[in-house]
Design a protein around this ligand. Structure first.
Ligand code: TXA
Ligand code: MG
Length: 325
């Protein structure tokens, strides 16, 4: 899918201050040379992202973290050893060279070593850090395929590397190691309890200081169509009520069975958390494209492996106009 020539071209685009969308195992990223202020500014412009929202710097391996962070405390080394390359982002104190445009002016920097082979090939060939948010317009559903990225940005980015479907399908877990206690800023596929086991101590959970990780805004990851999360036993009934009122409804079901009625766009999601997460954003995009009056999502279980999924669904369900600070 991606040739060595594609990687060379991508590196040339990055060195010239352009943007490259690339696959990671979580979601696609919209990358720029993290050391080039003008290139990083383009990311904010294309994404229409407010400039105070800091970006993650992606590097090829844990050794390179020393170029971006001024202090790598033992817990960071432990998490890196245990979870990198992989879907984990660690917040550390930034090195002096890290530009304000990357960190939103904060004294901290987010770092991640992705495992996707194309991301790895790109980062190795480039040699530096790639600042990349998820490759979607601000506040919208993240992209898990190259086609999602092209649909979202059209010709606005120079190059999209097509590495197939992102495996995990949800953005990385973010842990802040700059405070008195390690804090979980964004739940992800690596769970809080996995992190606690690796750290040997409890984490501060999200909520206490949410403003520091704007990916944790109440409204985020949202389709255009209003989305409601609802218990499975009410789903069929509610969908049918919509249809009887002459409204069109799109449903993401889990265990509920589809009522025999015209006018419902229905997707039954995989029953396991990994399969559900992998398909979630493609499913939300598909349901959004059906341009219905509402998207109804069957509430997944409350079990720990569903925590990141429930987090994203709750943010997707939050009305941006009324709740975004
Ligand atoms: O899986 C992922 O993390 C994907 C792939 C492309 O790596 N990236 C991603 O980036 O989700 P983005 O920009 O959509 O979300 C990054 C989150 C944002 O909520 C941002 O506020 C937070 O990381 N963040 C970045 N730097 C931070 C910092 N220094 N302190 C606290 N939060 C930070
Ligand atoms: Mg994002």
């Amino acid at each position: 899918m991606v040739s060595s020539q594609d990687i060379e071209r991508a590196v040339a685009v990055l060195r010239a201050g352009g943007l490259v969308a690339f696959p990671t195992e979580t979601v696609y990223g919209l990358g720029a040379d993290a050391a080039n202020v003008e290139a990083v500014k383009k990311v904010f412009a294309v994404k229409r992202r407010p400039t105070h929202h800091p970006l993650i710097v992606h590097v090829a391996d844990a050794v390179q973290v020393a170029n971006w962070a001024r202090d790598i405390p033992p817990p960071a080394q432990e998490l890196a050893r245990r979870f990198w390359p992989g879907p984990l982002t660690i917040i550390l104190r930034r090195a002096p060279r890290v530009h304000d445009v990357v960190t939103g002016g904060q004294d901290t920097v987010a770092l991640r070593v992705p495992s996707h082979p194309v991301a790895q090939a790109l980062l190795r060939a480039f040699g530096g850090g790639v600042a990349a948010p998820s490759a979607n317009r601000f506040g919208r559903v993240s992209a898990t395929t190259a086609e999602h990225v092209r649909k979202e940005f059209g010709g606005e980015i120079e190059l999209v590397l097509d590495g197939g479907e992102s495996d995990v399908g949800l953005e990385s877990t973010i842990v802040d190691l700059t405070g008195a206690r390690p804090a979980l800023l964004r739940p992800g596929w690596i769970t809080a309890s996995q992190l606690e086991r690796a750290l040997g101590r409890p984490l501060a959970l999200p909520g206490a200081d949410a403003a520091r990780a704007p990916g944790t805004l109440p409204s985020h990851y949202a389709p255009q169509t209003p989305l409601v999360v609802i218990e499975g036993d009410l789903l069929g009934e509610l969908a049918a009520a919509f249809v009887r009122q002459g409204r069109r409804v799109a449903v993401l079901a889990l265990s509920a069975s589809q009522p025999v009625l015209q006018g419902i766009t229905w997707i039954t999601a995989p029953r396991d958390a990994a399969g559900y997460a992998h398909a979630l954003y493609a499913n939300l995009r598909g349901l959004d494209e059906a341009a219905c009056d509402a998207i109804l999502v069957e509430r997944p279980p409350a079990a720990p492996e569903w925590a990141a999924i429930n987090d994203r669904l709750n943010r997707a369900a939050t009305n941006a106009e009324s709740d975004q600070p």
